[in-house]
Design a binder for this molecule. Sequence first.
Ligand code: NAG
Ligand code: NAG
Ligand code: NAG
Ligand code: NAG
Length: 459
Amino acid sequence: MLPSLALLTVALLCDKSVGIRYEPNWQSLDSRPLPQWYDEAKFGIFLHWGVFSVPSYHGAWFWYYWKGPKPVPSVVQFMQENYPPGFTYADFAPQFTAEFYDPHQWAEIFQASGARYVVLTTKHHEGFCNWPSKYSWNWNSMDVGPNRDLVGDLASAIRKSTDLKFGTYHSLLEFFNPLFLQDMANNFTTNDFVARKTMPELYELVQRYKPDIIWSDGDWEGNSTYWNSTNFLAWLYNDSPVKDTVVVNDRWGTDTMCKHGGYLTCHDHYNPGKLQKRKWEDCSTVDKGAWAYRRNIKLSDIESTQDLITQLVEAVSCGGNLLLNVGPRRDGIIAPIFEERLREIGQWLRVNSDAIYSTRPWLFQNDTQQPGVWYTSKKNTFGESVYAIVLKWPRSQDFLLASPQPSPQTTVTLLGYSQPIDWSKGKLGGLELTIPVIPFDQMPCQWAWVFRLDKLNNV
Ligand SMILES: *[C@@H]1O[C@H](CO)[C@@H](O)[C@H](O)[C@H]1NC(C)=O
Ligand SMILES: *[C@@H]1O[C@H](CO)[C@@H](O)[C@H](O)[C@H]1NC(C)=O
Ligand SMILES: *[C@@H]1O[C@H](CO)[C@@H](O)[C@H](O)[C@H]1NC(C)=O
Ligand SMILES: *[C@@H]1O[C@H](CO)[C@@H](O)[C@H](O)[C@H]1NC(C)=O
C-alpha cells in the first residue's frame, strides 16, 4: 500500500493545478493556464440558432432592429408587408419547428469539416433558451416551438459519435427583458436580472451540460461587477464539474473584452494578422452579412472556400483559432451550401492536418518577401518541422521563401505528394524551392498547399 500512496503524493505534488484556488478577481482568474486542448484544436464551428431563425431576415438582432431604439427601415417594412398588425416577436416562436433537426447528422457534418469543437447559441440576446431552463417560464424550446431540448440533444450526439468538444454560447444581457431594463434604468446599481436570470442560467447550463467552452456575449452593458462574472468564474475554475477542462472567452462585462478571461475574442471577425501574446479566436461567419440564417442570402454573400481556408491559416499562424459560424434554418436544416463549405475545409484539412492541429506559431508568421505564405511549426524528435502554407500555387518553377534559412540537411516535402521537393539556397539567402510540374488531377489538394521544411538553420 505504502509505495502507491507515495507515488500518488508525488503525482499530486507534480500537478501544479492541484490545490490552486482562484479568487474572484481578474488578476487571479487571468493566471489560470488555458486548458491545452483548446490551443491544439485550432478550428471550431459556431451555430446561431433561435427564434430569429424564423423571420430569417437581416440576422440574429432582428427583434432589436424591429422594436429597439433605432429601428432599421428595411426590417420594419418587412414586418409591415408580410405580417398582420399586432403580430409580436413572441408569435414567431411556434414556427421555430425544427422538424428536420437531426443532431447526429449535424455531428457528422462537423466532424467531416475537421473542426475539433462546436459552440451552439443556448440563448442569444432575444432571451429564448434552447434548453428547458428552470429560469425561463415559457420562452424556451421545450415549452414553445421545437418542444425539444436542442442543447442537450446536440451535446449528446456530439459526444456519442465524435470526439469534438461541446461549447455553449450564452448572452449575458437580453434586449427586452423587463428585469434587465429595470437594472439598466437604475444605472446597474441593482442586479435583479443577474441574480434571478443570468447567473442561475449559467450555473444550470454548466451543471446540466458540462460544456467544454462557455462563449459569453452580450457584455456591452454593465460591467463585470454588475454581472458578478468573477464570482461565477471562480466557481467554474475551482468547484464546477468542468473545472479542469473548461475554456472561456473574454466577454464578461464592459471592462473585460480583449483583456480578461480565458482566450481573447476582442471583436467579431478579429484577425490581427500578427502574433499575439495571448491565445485568441477569430469568430467569423460563412455568410458575410449575418450570423443567423437569412432566407434572402445571395451567393455573393457566401465566403469562398479559398477565403475560409485563408482565414484559418492566418489565424493559426498568429496563434489564434478560427470559430466559423453557420446559421441553421428554423426547421433544423443546415443549408447545403454551408455544408459544402464545411466539407471542403475538411477535405483540405485531411491532407494538411499536420500543418494545423497542435502547431505553434513559428519565428515568422508570414514570409518577409513572398506574399501569401504563412508559417506554423511543430516540435518533433529531430528538432522542429516548419510548415510553409502557400495560398496561391506558385507561377514559376523557382519559388523563393525568404524567411527559412536552409542547412545542408534540409529536406522539403509537399504534404500529400510522394516525391521530395528539390531546393537550393537563395542567392541572397532564403530557401528556393523547385516547384514540380504536377498534373492537375494529381494535385494533393486545392485552395492552399503546404511545404514541410525540416532541419532548417533558423534558430
Ligand atoms: C443614472 O445616471 C444618469 C446620468 O449620470 C442620471 O441622470 C440618472 O439620474 C441616473 N439614474 C438613476 C436611477 O440613478
Ligand atoms: C454573486 O455571486 C456570489 C457568490 O456566488 C453570490 O453570493 C451572490 O449572491 C451573487 N450575486 C448576484 C447578484 O448574483
Ligand atoms: C462597475 O461599476 C461600479 C459602479 O460604477 C463600480 O463601483 C465598480 O467598481 C465597477 N467595476 C469594475 C470592475 O470596473
Ligand atoms: C507579412 O509580412 C510582411 C513583411 O514582414 C509585412 O509587411 C506584411 O504586412 C505581413 N502581412 C501580410 C498580411 O502580408
